[in-house]
Design a protein around this ligand. Structure first.
Ligand code: CTP
Ligand code: MG
Length: 234
């Protein structure tokens, strides 16, 4: 098996507030993207990492990869991203050279995922699953609501049984040809890549996720990420 990781990193990070594109913001002095690249390259199975850079940031990302220490056994490619995450992932897939049968898709915004989680995802794809997602049980109860355009209080329409819900993380792992087919045929808006595999009617399986694979989305997440890094160094 040959495994490549595609890292969509082209988003602005609107929810994080004003500043540089999210993937280029620093965590304890190192850009979030470099943490995410290291997290993928930490797996001995990953021999290529494709970074999907902010549309006008490909040159800057190439410089960042050159100036930070990364494993020699891993190759790196940088391509400019698109308007949506889905489009950015597709641009990353298009840049893959032939010969990769397993593909990971990993958010640059999940810089701290442990290597054991990455390896567990890869292992499940190697064992034959076309799509694998790391996921965790939820702490909060989740309600489905009926959104109101006028801003009035939203009525609750359902409460799915919490024990059967999972919060899904990345890296998500795929059989290469299946993921390419999904990106060529699925047009509906999906918020993750595994959702496209579900729309093809193919099975997606879950492996245990990790608390440290949380997504840096809002300002408080930066505080948490820096605390996790500080704890790792202690
Ligand atoms: N992403 C991307 N291309 C886009 C939009 C998002 O590559 N056009 C990437 C982000 O860089 C991020 C991942 O998809 O690594 C997950 O998206 P999210 O956390 O939503 O990041 P942003 O879209 O940048 O943040 P926001 O939605 O707050 O603007
Ligand atoms: Mg987004």
């Amino acid at each position: 098996f040959r495994t490549a990781a595609v890292i969509p990193a082209a988003g602005r990070g609107v929810r994080l507030g004003p500043g540089a594109p999210k993937a280029l913001r620093a965590l304890n002095g190192t850009p979030m993207l470099i943490h995410a690249v290291r997290a993928m390259a930490a797996s001995r199975a990953v021999s290529l990492v494709v970074v999907v850079a902010p549309p006008d940031g490909a040159t800057e990302v190439k410089h960042l990869l050159a100036e930070h220490a990364l494993p020699d056994r891993t190759d790196f490619l940088v391509v400019p991203g698109g308007e949506s995450r889905q489009e950015s992932v597709k641009l990353g897939l298009d840049a893959l050279p032939p010969g990769f049968d397993v593909v990971l898709v990993h958010d640059a915004a999940r810089p701290l995922v442990p290597v054991d989680t990455v390896d567990a995802v890869i292992e499940a794809v190697r064992e034959g699953a076309p799509a694998v997602v790391p996921a965790l049980p939820l702490a909060d109860t989740v309600k489905q609501v009926e959104p109101r355009a006028d801003g009035s209080p939203e009525p609750v329409v359902a409460t799915p049984e919490r024990a059967r819900l999972r919060a899904v993380q990345t890296p998500q792992g795929f059989d290469h040809d299946t993921l390419v087919r999904a990106h060529e045929s699925v047009t509906e808006n999906v918020t993750d890549d595994a959702g496209m595999i579900e729309q093809l009617g193919l099975p997606v399986v879950v492996v245990p996720g990790h608390e440290e694979a949380f997504k840096v989305t809002r300002p408080l997440d930066l505080v948490l990420a820096e605390a996790v890094l500080a704890r790792r160094r202690a």
